[in-house]
Each structure stands twice: as structure tokens, then as C-alpha cells.
Design a protein around this ligand. Structure first.
Ligand code: GLC
Length: 736
């Protein structure tokens, strides 16, 4: 009997210990010491089908539910590419009116691209990620990397210009910077969102070659070099399938060929079909207007394509459960990379570093297009009366524009920046023209009388020593604004006429264009000083004043070509089918000849070429040389040349390296950008610029074989100050 009692007590105590152990044992999915793939599988195995399906779609405008029972957090996301957007109501498109959701508004990405400075791109992404983390966002809905194909696209200001190499080189460090904070970057809009007109439905017809040489590279770089954790589908179609659930784009190219292991998110409302969303690679459905008839049904999240309809199809056996498992695996990976990584930083916002970065990017992005008779810099004390004319000198341009709108804690306007720099007593302002409120849905007429504004401005200009006109586009509909395109390439709101009238009374007039797109400049010959500026964000005025006063030497270079007239642009030259399409289909007839590739190859000179930008100093380029004369396709070419700052002020020059193939078997552009380097030089200083380019990057995409080809041929390498200003060239032989 005694032995029996002993046995019972031993069994009991072992059971107690096991029970205790099991209560203290951390489940695998919560054990940060375990491999992530094991944690994912463990979490997945514990989830019900309902919980798995719930993970795949929104619970509110900007969040998904996670799995509360298992302690898997909600995923919160926010726009946008150049700042953390204000908070929204749970279930509608209204600002929530919080008082602690202001941000640092960084310059728009076109400005970042114009810096030609990847180091800045990393710092930009890191600072944006810090603010997103501080605001408890797990995904920041940016960067946008769609190629600038037409100067009319409403969203070019959010993107990084016309060249795939520049965009790729800038987007990788940006993503790395964001994700360093444990916040997912969400590269968008995959793919072919190169106009806003008919964006929700247009089916883009484009060659495989143009896809691979022009429209894919930045996305591919973001995935393979940037290791981006999320990608957002574009609204439009490709091969008559919506991009957000597209078998070729997502299942084959993004996830298989490129090895993307992150989450494929819709754009808001870009899902249209349960079967396709289930089968063609969509992982996370946001913002769908489920009934498809109205702008949205309140709290209709269970009606989403990847909600109850998806659940029902799995339950009925019509769709395999493996489809939802694959989606949840990717979403859980995003959880583990972000809100379930307890080692990630806590973020910060509105710091002095963020502010100084915003200034730095703005300063390095402003492009000096023309500077005769030493119009710029306007040194302090040079003039007693400076007239500042134009609505963009005061307009809050961080508002409007669509989803990239921001609520900066402060926004120093160009006028305020100029007053801060030169003193109130030396500056006089007149609006000159007005555009009305930044209204997303309607182009509101100005509440001001155009004539009276013009005449007041002319009188101010008449009596001034110098006139600085600050105009351009803004974030109203049919301007630089999501959801539609510009109607022409001209400056709106009567600005050309106003500039003409100002010049009649004061020849000493300079023009600063604030925009995200090229504008026509009929007054160019009559103006001594012209700058292309951008939506510069919180510190717009500080940076503008620093540049025009010479406190900082401009070093920006154009990330897109400025054509002499709209019809000179590739998309428009080839007619309506090419742009905007026929309402159902759009044909990229310009194929690989986009931007300077078009202008150089077709010999249609632009007004200002891609990569162009002046400085307050001058730079002298030495002759380009290479380490060898012959290379195989698996080798690197080491290029070098000297660069000298010939002037009296320090400055920076973004030198560019272009490649041409002498006798290609296929049509190739006259030249293609294959490298660049921003070189900072003291006055009088000379540096040797060394660049390494991979011969494999000289390849073109061969549609017949679906592969990249480097042919045995002579290739010419050019060092250049812009696509229109080659300094020297050298021929090398590629022999495979
Ligand atoms: C918008 C935009 C997208 C944005 C999303 C959420 O329609 O196309 O860029 O991130 O909806 O606001």
C-alpha cells in the first residue's frame, strides 16, 4: 500500500511540475529565441480559419485586426512618402482632429531625387521611419517609385523622376532607413501608375522590354536590395487584370522571380474580385468600397473580398485553405519584423535632426536653371527693397494633393524665409494671383479678383529694386494632385501674363517655380534667374532663403526632362492612344524611350535636360578613363576622371555616367544613366572621381529570350554634367 501511495504522490507531483512548466513555457510563436519561420508556423497552427481570414483585411480605414486571442497585434499604417499623415476617423475619410498628430513634412520625393544623394535618402527614410514609429505605425505607405512618363501626371511630385537607375539608387537607402526603425516601408504603386487619369480602371499595354528596362527596376531594387517589407498594388490593370491581384505581376514576377517575402497590400479600394484576390498574390485588402456602387459602406469590412466571401469559399472547399495560410504567413512575418519585435526603437518626432534634414534635402534638391547677370545669389544688403510676388510664396503646400497631405507642426513659407533672411523692412509682398483652396474634388475659383491682384503686384514690382516671383503649381485638382492629371503643361491662374507684366515694369526679376512637374516657360528669355523648386515641406522658406541668398550653394539636378512643349514629350508625341489612352486601354508606344532616352534618341532637344542643374560656382571635368580597354560581361569597369571647382565658393556637383552601345542588334536609347556621384568640393579644389560600373548592367532586355543580354560590341562611356552635357567619352570593348 505504502508503495502505491508513493507512486501516486510521485505521479501527482510530476503532473504538477509539468502543469507549472506548461504555464510558464513560452509558446514558440512568442519565443523571440526561436527561428521566425518556426514562430510563424506555430502561430498559424493555433489560429482558427475565421482568425486567419480576419488577418487579411481591414478593420478600419488604416488598420487590420491581428489576432487578439493569441496576442498578435493589430497592424497600423499611415501615409505617406514624405511625412506621417494626420490621424483619421475609424471608418471614414475625415481627419480625426487630434492635437498630437502633427509631423515634420519632408520635401516631396521629386526633391529628394533631385539631390542625387543616396546618403540623404537613407537619412530621409530613417527620420520618416522614426516619426512613423513614434506615431505607432507599423507600415508607412511610401515610397512611391512610379516613373515620370508625362509632365501631366498628378502624382509625379510623389515619385522620383524619369530614370529607373536614379530612382533605384535613391529608393533602396530610403527603404533601409525607414525599416531600421522596425517600421515597414510600402513601395508603391506596383505597377504602371504613370498617370492619374482613369487610374482606377485603365489597362496599360506595354512591352516586356519597357516593363523590365523602365518600369520594374526601382521596384526590383526595392525588393532585392532594399528588402522592402510591403508593396502596394496600383489601381490600374495590366494584361486586363487589376494590379493588386495579378497572376503575372505578383505571383510570378514579384514573389517568385524577385523573391519578395513581404506583404502585398491593395491600394485603397483596388481589390475587385475574391477569386483573383485569393489566387493572384494579394495578402492584405484595405479600403475596398465593397458594394462597388458607392464611395463606401460604413463598417463593411466583413463584406471585403478577402473577408466573408473568402471565408465562405474556403469553407465550401471552392478555394483551398492553403491560400489563406500563405497570406497569413506573410502578414505574421510583418508582425514579427515590426510590432512583435521588442528590440525595435521607440521612434522620435519633430526633433532638431528632423528639421535640419528637411532643410538639407530641400537645399540640395532646389535646381538652379538659369542665372545670368549674376541675378542669384541675392546677397544680404544688395538691395533695399525686395518684392516677393506670387501665391506660392505663402500657400501651405503641405496640404492637399491627396493621400500625401500632411499636418506639419510648422511650415515656414518662402515669404517668411525671405523675411527672416533679409529683414521685414527690406521685403514687400503681393500675391499677384490666387488659386483658391486646395480642394481635392473641385477646382474652386479664386475668391479674389484676378485683375486687382495683378495690378497690385505690378505696382509693388515697379518700385522694388529686385522682384522674386514665386509661383508654379499647387495641390489642387488638375495640378499636382492625386486622382487626376493636369490639363496642360502651362502655368495656371494667369501666371504667365503676370510675369510678363512684372517684367514690363522691372527687368530685375527672377522666377522660382514650385511644382512636382515640368511647366512651360514662355517668359524664359526675358528672365535672368530661374529656379525649379519643389514641395519642400516644413522648412520650405528656410531652404529657399538659404539658396537665393547664397548662404547655401544650389546643387540640385533635374530628375526629369523639361520639354519645350508638351508634344515633344514621348507620351504625348505619339497621340491619344499613348496618352491618356482610350478610356479602357492605354498603349505605351514610346516603349523604352522615356524622358531623355526619347529626347536624345529622337533628337528632340528639351528646354532643360534630365540631370541639369547650375551652381554658383563652375566645375571642370577631366577626361574620362577606364582601368582596361576590354572586359567580359562578368567584370566591373573602373572609371575615373578629375573634377575641379573653378569658382570662389564651395559647391557640390552630381557627376553622371552614361552608357551607349555602338552597334546593338536591337534598338537602344542614345545613352542610359549607369552611375552618378555627388562630389563636394571646396573653392579651387580638385578631386579624382572614381566610379565602378558592372558590365552586366550594360545589358538590354531581350524579349525573345526573356533575358538580359550584353552583346559583344563596343560600348561608349560618357562622363556628363547632365544628359545634355557630355564632357568626354571613352570606348571599351566587351568580349564574352
Ligand atoms: C490612396 C493612394 C495611396 C494611399 C492610399 C491610402 O488612394 O493611391 O497612395 O497610400 O490611398 O491613403
Amino acid at each position: 500500500m505504502q508503495r502505491y501511495k508513493l507512486l501516486i504522490s510521485v505521479i501527482f507531483s510530476v503532473g504538477l511540475l509539468l502543469n507549472l512548466y506548461s504555464q510558464t513555457e513560452v509558446p514558440v510563436y512568442l519565443d523571440e529565441g526561436k527561428p521566425i519561420k518556426d514562430r510563424i508556423e506555430d502561430a498559424l497552427s493555433r489560429m482558427t480559419l475565421e482568425e486567419k481570414v480576419a488577418m487579411c483585411h481591414a478593420q478600419s480605414k488604416f488598420s487590420t485586426p491581428g489576432c487578439p486571442r493569441l496576442g498578435i497585434p493589430e497592424i497600423w499604417m499611415s501615409d505617406g512618402p514624405h511625412g506621417v499623415r494626420m490621424e483619421f476617423d475609424w471608418d471614414d475619410w475625415l481627419h480625426a482632429g487630434w492635437t498630437n498628430d502633427s509631423c515634420t513634412a519632408y520635401p516631396a520625393l521629386t526633391c529628394l531625387a533631385a539631390t542625387f544623394n543616396p546618403d540623404l535618402a537613407y537619412r530621409y527614410g530613417y527620420s520618416l521611419g522614426e516619426e512613423a514609429r513614434f506615431r505607432k505605425k507599423d507600415i508607412i505607405l511610401g515610397p512611391g517609385v512610379n516613373i515620370y512618363r508625362t509632365p501631366l501626371s498628378g502624382r509625379n511630385f510623389e515619385y522620383m523622376g524619369e530614370d529607373p537607375y536614379l530612382t533605384s539608387a535613391m529608393v533602396v537607402p530610403y527603404i533601409q532607413g525607414v525599416q531600421k526603425n522596425g517600421v515597414a516601408a510600402c513601395m508603391k504603386h506596383f505597377v504602371l501608375n504613370n498617370q492619374e487619369k482613369w487610374r482606377d480602371t485603365i489597362n496599360v499595354v506595354v512591352s516586356d522590354r519597357a516593363l523590365n528596362e523602365i518600369y520594374f527596376p526601382a521596384f526590383k531594387a526595392g525588393v532585392q536590395k532594399g528588402n522592402v517589407w510591403a508593396v502596394m498594388g496600383a489601381y490600374n490593370k495590366y494584361k486586363n487584370q487589376y494590379c493588386s491581384h495579378n497572376e503575372i505581376l505578383i505571383n510570378k514576377i514579384l514573389k517568385t522571380d524577385w523573391g519578395f517575402d513581404g506583404v502585398m497590400v491593395t491600394d485603397w479600394g483596388s481589390a475587385h474580385n475574391t477569386d483573383e484576390a485569393a489566387r493572384y498574390g494579394l495578402d492584405l485588402e484595405m479600403g475596398s468600397w465593397t458594394n462597388g456602387l458607392t464611395w463606401g459602406v460604413s463598417s463593411a469590412y466583413d463584406n471585403y473580398y478577402l473577408a466573408t466571401p473568402f471565408l465562405d469559399k474556403i469553407r465550401s472547399g471552392e478555394l483551398p485553405e492553403s491560400l489563406v495560410d500563405e497570406k497569413v504567413r506573410r502578414i505574421l512575418l510583418l508582425n514579427f519584423r515590426t510590432n512583435m519585435d521588442r528590440s525595435r526603437t521607440y521612434g522620435r518626432k519633430l526633433t532638431t535632426e528632423h528639421k535640419s534634414l528637411a532643410i538639407r534635402v530641400a537645399e540640395e534638391g532646389i535646381v538652379l536653371l538659369k542665372n545670368e547677370n549674376n541675378f542669384f545669389p541675392i546677397l544680404e544688403g544688395k538691395y533695399k527693397k525686395i518684392a516677393v510676388i506670387g501665391e506660392n510664396a505663402i500657400k501651405k503646400l503641405t496640404q492637399g494633393g491627396g493621400s500625401s497631405e500632411l499636418k506639419p507642426k510648422e511650415e515656414v513659407s518662402p515669404l517668411q524665409g525671405i523675411i527672416n533672411r533679409y529683414g521685414t523692412e527690406n521685403v514687400v509682398y503681393s500675391m499677384g494671383y490666387a488659386s483658391g483652396a486646395p480642394d481635392y474634388n473641385n477646382v474652386l475659383p479664386s475668391p479674389f479678383d484676378a485683375d486687382s491682384l495683378l495690378h497690385a503686384a505690378v505696382e509693388v514690382a515697379r518700385s522694388a529694386d529686385v522682384v522674386i516671383f514665386i509661383g508654379g503649381l499647387n495641390k489642387n485638382k488638375h495640378q499636382d494632385c492625386e486622382g487626376d492629371d493636369r490639363l496642360n503643361m502651362d502655368l495656371p491662374f494667369g501666371q504667365d501674363k503676370l510675369i510678363g507684366e512684372l517684367l514690363k515694369v522691372n527687368k530685375n526679376t527672377g522666377v522660382i517655380i514650385v511644382s512636382g512637374n515640368a511647366v512651360s516657360m514662355p517668359w524664359l528669355d526675358k528672365v535672368d534667374g530661374v529656379m525649379q523648386s519643389w514641395y519642400l515641406g516644413s522648412e520650405a522658406g528656410t531652404a529657399t532663403a538659404n539658396i537665393i541668398s547664397g548662404n547655401t550653394n544650389p546643387s540640385g539636378k533635374l530628375p526629369f526632362s523639361i520639354p519645350k512643349k508638351l508634344e515633344d514629350n514621348s507620351a504625348h508625341y505619339l497621340g491619344e492612344k499613348s496618352y491618356p489612352g482610350d478610356g479602357t486601354n492605354q498603349y505605351y508606344l514610346d516603349d523604352i524611350l522615356v524622358g531623355y532616352r526619347w529626347h536624345d534618341t529622337k533628337k528632340i532637344a528639351p528646354l532643360f535636360p534630365f540631370g541639369y542643374g547650375l551652381s554658383y560656382t563652375t566645375f571642370e571635368y577631366g577626361k574620362i578613363s577606364t582601368d582596361k580597354k576590354k572586359y567580359s560581361e562578368y567584370e566591373s569597369v573602373r572609371v575615373s576622371f578629375t573634377l575641379t571647382n573653378k569658382g570662389k565658393v564651395d559647391g557640390a556637383e552630381s557627376v553622371q555616367l552614361y552608357m551607349s552601345q555602338k552597334s546593338p542588334s536591337a534598338m537602344r536609347p542614345a545613352k542610359e544613366l549607369k552611375g552618378f556621384d555627388k562630389v563636394f568640393l571646396k573653392a579651387g579644389e580638385t578631386k579624382v572621381v572614381n566610379m565602378t560600373v558592372e558590365v552586366k548592367d550594360f545589358a538590354f532586355y531581350d524579349e525573345k529570350t526573356g533575358s538580359w543580354v550584353v552583346e559583344n560590341d563596343d560600348f561608349i562611356l560618357h562622363n556628363a554634367a547632365s544628359s545634355g552635357d557630355v564632357k568626354s567619352s571613352i570606348t571599351i570593348k566587351i568580349l564574352n
